[in-house]
Ligand binder design. Structure first.
Ligand SMILES: *[C@@H]1O[C@H](CO)[C@@H](O)[C@H](O)[C@H]1NC(C)=O
Ligand SMILES: *[C@@H]1O[C@H](CO)[C@@H](O)[C@H](O)[C@H]1NC(C)=O
Ligand SMILES: *[C@@H]1O[C@H](CO)[C@@H](O)[C@H](O)[C@H]1NC(C)=O
Length: 515
């Protein structure tokens, strides 16, 4: 009965795209700009593009990664510039030095070369033909020449990003909203964590926007578009943002009407698995199955051998079967381990016999796991993954382990704890039910608000007046300063008055004492 209800809810969440929306007034032309994007950015954009295309709109996507969708109303423009290639990068190397220099190099080379590609300049010339432009705000400041004087919205692939929220006028306090890469030790944050949280927020914002990245991109862009206003001014002109998050699966924060939650949009009910996989999963019996995948950019063979051995040893000791997304040859695996280079992740997570998902904690994997009510063991590699892992640990829908402290014992203990201790499964069931319980689907919201901005020609009404204020005005530092000054003057005057009064009242005695 419960399963059936979940099924009905699931169908309705991922259900038909336009659902209750009335038909669009006409077919719009929409340009999506994500020239610098990872596979996971791309996977956030695709359901938005497909939903709009199915409404009869014509969508053009400028990207560096092939668009998987074969929808006839989606046209892909691949600029052909080489991005640091995900498949070749070793995430475990990236992890050691966060590869900030690599990212910086890529971004600067894109700023320099993007507008030299014919496909891109053609699109740029045609930009005003589009009813709306949709920008991947993360890492893509070099596309802002496109959106000058054209209505545009952004997609926030990491979900809640305090820097981006502030651009829209919603300044979130670092006292409880950590920056994407900052991981507090606990929630609520201790005084020390809050201290680090605000320093991290200020330092990361300053580094990216005012020192190490945007000013350099600005230089390249100004050389090519001398009359353009500053990139950061154009950025503030975004009408709204589609956020890859939902309040049920993250820290709850106040949002503006222009911050639209579309998280878990790609999640859908599980489909039947290939017969041999299905019988292998069912064959695990009551012990169940552990599913292990480090996502689309971390290939199994890139895992350092010592980690591989640790996992193999741990899995050998488990009563569960282990399904491991692994590319390449794997020697010494015990009989309960099955490897495959590609697996239908959502269909596996939806399988009733899959008990735990060992994941790197990428946002999309996390959403899928919660959607399908599967508990997690997270081993964060880089980026926002440590923060996501911390969330999972705090919400008690799974456990967090760090690579440095990885041992077979720790893996076995964590998995046994997650499987034996029913609180994890109960919590993830509850979270899944609240994620699925929504009045409209994420697709419907994405489509509605995108069309809304077009219908209302940029929807200026959605602009929060806070965007017009400087930091001094926003934090009312001028007023606070004035009040402090007034207070000082008042104290000074009162002291003078008291002194004069005491002279009058006590006459000589007061005078004598002051000498
Ligand atoms: C593509 O758009 C046209 C209108 O522009 C629409 O009639 C058609 O149904 C759309 N195709 C699909 C597969 O949704
Ligand atoms: C912001 O948008 C308005 C309205 O489209 C436009 O007049 C203005 O020039 C834009 N500002 C920037 C910096 O792009
Ligand atoms: C976990 O549960 C199984 C089956 O109920 C039991 O055999 C096993 O001893 C438990 N392990 C721990 C560590 O509690």
């Amino acid at each position: 009965m419960e399963a059936m209800m979940l099924c009905v809810l699931a169908v309705s969440l991922a259900g038909s795209v336009s659902g209750n929306l009335s038909p669009p007034e006409r077919s719009y032309k929409i340009l999506m700009l994500l020239p610098v994007s990872s596979k996971s950015h791309n996977r956030v954009f695709q359901p938005v593009a497909e939903a709009l295309a199915s409404r009869g709109h014509k969508v053009v996507m400028l990207t560096n990664i092939p668009v998987a969708s074969k929808h006839p109303n989606i046209t892909e423009v691949n600029h052909g510039l080489s991005y640091f290639e995900d498949a070749k990068r070793n995430m475990f190397e990236v992890r050691k030095n966060e590869n900030f220099d690599g990212l910086k190099k890529t971004i600067l080379s894109f700023a320099k070369n993007l507008y030299k590609r014919q496909a891109v300049t053609e699109l740029y010339e045609r930009r005003k033909e589009f009813d709306l432009i949709v920008v991947n705000y993360k890492f893509n400041e070099m596309v802002y020449p496109f959106v000058h004087e054209v209505p545009f919205i952004t997609v926030a692939t990491p979900g809640i990003d305090p820097h981006q929220s502030a651009i829209l006028g919603n300044v979130l306090s670092p006292s409880y909203v950590p920056e994407i890469m900052f991981v507090p030790r606990s929630f609520p944050m201790s005084a020390w964590d809050r201290f680090k949280s605000i320093l991290w927020l200020l330092a990361s914002g300053f580094t990216w926007r005012h020192w190490n990245i945007v000013p350099l991109v600005q230089k390249e862009i100004s050389a090519q578009f001398p009359d353009l206003p500053p990139l950061l001014d154009i950025e503030r002109n975004q009408s709204l943002t589609l956020m890859n998050t939902h309040f049920s699966i993250t820290t709850l924060v106040p949002l503006l009407p222009s911050q639209v939650e579309v998280g878990a949009m790609h999640c859908r009910p599980g489909k039947p698995l290939p017969q041999d996989l299905e019988s292998w999963l069912a064959g695990a019996g009551t012990a169940g199955v552990v599913y292990f995948s480090l996502g689309s950019v971390t290939r199994g063979e890139s895992m350092p051998p010592n980690y591989r051995q640790t996992f193999l040893e741990a899995f050998r000791r488990l009563p569960q079967r282990v399904l491991w997304k692994y590319e390449g040859e794997l020697e010494g695996a015990s009989d309960n381990v099955r490897i495959s280079s590609w697996l239908p992740q959502q269909d596996i997570l939806a399988h009733h016999n899959v008990k735990v998902f060992i994941s790197h904690g990428g946002l999309l994997s996390l959403q899928e796991s919660i959607f399908h009510a599967t508990t997690l063991l997270v081993l964060p590699i880089f980026g926002d993954q440590p923060r996501n892992g911390m969330f999972i640990e705090n919400a008690e829908i799974g456990r967090l382990l760090v690579w440095e402290e990885l041992t077979a014992d720790r893996i076995v203990d964590a998995l046994t704890d997650i499987i034996n201790n029913t609180k994890f499964k109960e919590n993830v069931d509850r979270m899944s039910a609240s994620l699925r319980d929504q009045p409209t689907t994420p697709q419907e919201r994405a489509v509605f608000w995108t069309e809304y901005v077009i219908r209302h020609r940029g929807a200026l009404k959605l602009r929060c007046p806070a965007t017009q204020l400087s930091w001094v005005e926003f934090l009312m530092l001028d007023i606070v300063g004035f009040l402090l000054l007034a207070l000082l003057v008042l104290i000074f005057v009162i002291r003078r008055l008291m002194w004069s009064a005491s002279c009058v009242l006590f006459g000589d005695r007061a005078k004598k004492e002051t000498h």
